[in-house]
Design a binder for this molecule. Sequence first.
Ligand code: IMP
Length: 426
Amino acid sequence: MKADVLLGLQWGDEGKGKIVDFFTPHYDIIARFQGGPNAGHTLEFDGTRHVLHTIPSGVFHADKVNIIGNGVVIDPVVFKKEIDDLESRNAAGLGNILISKRAHLILPTHKLLDAASEKSKGEEKIGSTLRGIGPAYMDKTGRNGLRVGDISLPDFDKRFSDLVQKHSRLLEMYRYHAADMDVLVSEWKAGIECLKKFSHIDAEHYINASLAEGKTLLAEGAQGSLLDIDFGSYPFVTSSNTTCAGACTGLGIPPSRIGRVFGIMKAYCTRVGGGPFPTELAGDMGNELREAGKEYGATTGRPRRCGWLDIPALKYSIMLNGVTELIMTKADVLSSFDKVMACISYRDNSGAIMPVSFSNNNILPVYREFAAWKLTNEKMNFAGKLPPELSTYIRFIEEQVNVPVTIVSVGPERSQVIKLSKSAWV
Ligand code: IMP
């Protein structure tokens, strides 16, 4: 079998968790391949909201295997909190979590270094989630990191202390002092004990053998393509490859084994943290969109910046990922507007889509106006019929990007999904 990939096409927070949860019944294995506790994947069912940070979104299904791949960075403290919370909610798939021995660990000092680095940047800060993601990936590429497989080594404690000391020297350079290192270290060690209760596996072998046996796998992306370390709006990006190639390196899957690529896009755009956002809505309209869409970070609670759909950016993400199907989320949110706009091109000097270096000042979006749709719970038709104005909006996007929209999500609940006719297989 081929592995299917599901990922965000914008700046994250596209609603990936909900869609993975919706697809999970069709797969044997759900696997996270990059990022870490900077992610906050929200799932809602039976009137309850669940937010996952490190654990794949298939964890509420008893018969599914959930893999945390080698490309993920794990904070044992967040992991333990997540497991404790899932235990209290009786998540059915808790017994089926497998962790790659090659996944890297986030140390308490990685989080301090993240904070110190951001503080030192002043106005130029990235707006990091301060979860230690950047410093942990720096140690990975700098070949200093600790991995899940190291936990069982006899000298693991020494390796940990040596790395903490190295970090402490860097923190001194930043003149950044931790409040209480002892507490942070003891929390971390409790997290390591929790991690020890799970199977640490050679995930690349497990995954490839499973695919060869005919098992189905859905790779669950985190963040969004425009936050990719290589192709995002650098330096305002995260520290991993959020694009489809990340599923290959983050799980050990050969490119020839990638099947469908599901691109998740909001009907509009949001972004948390700093960096360019060409279609950002300032003032009342941005605030209205934020309130209508409840656009506050699932991990940090920060208000998200909001704006109209950016089709040139969407085209760029679709190209990078080889997207085969689009899934539009939060189409209901735009119901409160009288008209809807979408950016169809940029008026910049080069005509380039996503130039290497750009800011809101050197890119002027050209908009097209659409009639708004009314999509209230009472009027919603889950059998696949959309209000004509929304159909027009979707048809326009499809024509522009040459990829079909197969599913439209119209609310946070698992059931609030409209399958369009082109989506024969779900
Ligand atoms: P970091 O990954 O925490 O270092 O954050 C780098 C940038 O990516 C910041 O602008 C964050 O707000 C953004 N970011 C990181 N993770 C997410 C996410 O899951 N959703 C949306 N934005 C994110």
